[in-house]
Design a protein around this ligand. Structure first.
Ligand code: NAP
Ligand code: MG
Length: 463
């Protein structure tokens, strides 16, 4: 028998770099191929299992997740740095995602249609695709995997899931809960390893019929280059550069509080984070003062965690330096947090005097950094906010209903918010972006069914 040598990776706590949180055993390329083959073999049985039974397994997984909320949240906090409170919120959301899709097992998947012939019965039904590869990032280590895995499973697909290596221990806990809930063997398969090795195998495997990915634009492009010419279904949820607009008639207390929350929650490491804010000049000074008061309230190390990794730490600090060198004015934060050098802590950071051509106005930072931009009026704010390669989320703060509806209509994004922050998605609502933020297929809600199934039209001649 061949001896398999697996690489071992130590996982460190980004809040305390001396603390090893655990070890990840990385599987080999050959093992990954065997796992994909196993998922392929398991498909026929799973597909033929009643969708009600499939849904029931998701419901039991939701119960188990709630029972294990502390362990899962604690593991993720120590592994990728999000605060425990933020993780508790995410795990609860994970449970509601599972419950929503558990119910899908009892809902209709097709329709009966009239036929031109009185002798014929005509109907449509939805069928699963086969093996789905789910490739996920570290920043929502529970919710993003679940909003891919849960619909994939309930609609009858088998899944090979590659979590981010930076959230591997959390991933393992989630996979174990599905097993405890009674999911048959090989229906959900977790593969631990780097994207460039095991991830790449998933992109190339002929048994994989669909790829659902959330992550960076660079890796998204690689997925298209590798699998775009095949007939695999591909869903990519990518980066963002989300804008908020504060108009002169806005409730400034609400607008500034939510803009800072939108920018700094989860240390700015959300694809929907508020990254730039356009403020009408009439209220600019007042709004800026209030934004800084809100930023002041953040306690780094208590209400705001570290960034997740050395790579993130270096990239964010480099983006801050670049903004300074391009002439943006640093008005808050701007570097590593004092007395927190045992972790990847960065102060909440705010820049003013930002012009549209600066990198800080159009490149994703994925960290606790907000660019503040003064505008003449709503039209200028709308034009600048839309002038972006990204189109994930955008907010407007106003008490003017015409402007709110105009923004809903003209904002070039997949998620539009009025008097609310740029982040946030409920399991029953479709989620996703336009432009370079997404390939278009929406996640969650009823939209998930479109991606994870295909349609079959049936004609029965009763004659
Ligand atoms: P990433 O670097 O693109 O990684 C995402 C996943 O892809 C990881 O599991 C990674 O594996 C894997 N991967 C890397 N190279 C691969 C390859 N050649 N083939 C197959 N898989 C590969 O993203 P991240 O740093 O984890 O997350 C941050 C990014 O995600 C940001 O750009 C953010 O905007 C985006 N994001 C978007 C959304 C959305 O819904 N639009 C939500 C959250 C995050 P490793 O384990 O090796 O890293
Ligand atoms: Mg990355």
């Amino acid at each position: 028998m061949a001896i398999i040598t697996r690489a071992i990776r130590d996982q460190f706590n980004p809040a305390k770099l001396s603390e090893c949180v655990g070890q990840v055993e990385m599987i080999t390329i050959d093992e990954t191929k065997a796992i994909v083959a196993g998922a392929h073999d398991a498909f026929e049985n799973w597909k033929n299992t009643s969708s009600v039974t499939r849904g029931e397994i998701l419901r039991v997984t939701a119960d188990l997740l709630e029972q294990n909320i502390d362990t899962v949240a604690e593991t993720a906090t120590r592994e990728m740095g999000k605060t425990k409170n933020e993780m508790i919120g995410e795990v609860k959301r994970g449970a509601s995602i599972l419950r929503y899709f558990a119910q899908e097992g009892m809902r209709a998947t097709g329709e009966v249609l009239p036929s031109a012939s009185e002798m014929k019965i005509l109907y449509s039904t939805r069928v699963p695709l086969g093996v789905v590869a789910a490739i996920t990032p570290w920043n929502f280590p529970v919710a993003i995997p679940l909003w891919k895995i849960a619909p994939a499973l309930v609609y009858g697909n088998t899944v090979v899931w590659k979590p981010s290596i930076e959230a591997a221990l959390t991933g393992q806990l989630i996979a174990d809960l599905f097993e405890q809930a009674g999911l048959p063997k090989n229906v959900l398969n977790i593969v631990q390893g780097r994207g460039s090795s095991v991830g790449q195998v998933l992109l190339e495997a002929p048994e994989v019929k669909a790829i659902t990915f959330t992550g960076s634009n660079g890796v998204g492009q690689n997925i298209l280059n590798t699998a775009g010419h095949t007939n695999k279904k591909i869903q990519l949820e990518l980066g963002g550069k989300n804008a908020a607009i504060i108009l002169a008639d806005a409730d400034l207390n609400l607008a500034t509080k939510l803009t800072i929350e939108g920018a700094m929650k989860q240390t700015g490491q959300r694809c929907t984070a508020t990254s730039r804010v356009y403020i009408e000049e009439a209220v600019y000074d007042k709004a800026l003062d209030q934004l800084l008061v809100e930023a002041q309230k953040i306690e780094v190390g208590v209400t705001m965690g570290p960034v997740s990794s050395q790579g993130q730490y270096e990239n964010i600090l480099a983006a801050i330096e670049k903004a300074k060198s391009e002439g943006a004015k640093l008005v808050f934060g701007g570097g590593p947090t004092k007395d927190q050098s045992d972790g990847y802590f960065i102060d909440p950071t705010v820049f003013t005097n930002v012009t549209h051509d600066m990198a800080i106005a159009h490149e994703e930072v994925f960290g606790p950094v907000l660019a503040v931009i003064k505008v003449k009026d709503y039209e200028e704010a709308l034009r600048l906010s839309n002038d972006s390669e990204f189109g994930l989320s955008a907010s407007i703060y106003t008490s003017n209903i015409q402007k709110a509806f105009d923004f809903i209509n003209r904002s070039e994004v997949g998620l539009v918010q009025v008097n609310d922050e740029t982040g946030g998605a409920e399991p029953q609502a479709p989620f996703g972006g336009v432009k370079n933020s997404s390939t278009g297929a929406r996640e969650q809600g009823q939209a998930a069914k479109e991606f994870f199934t295909t349609m079959k039209t049936v004609t029965i001649n009763t004659k």
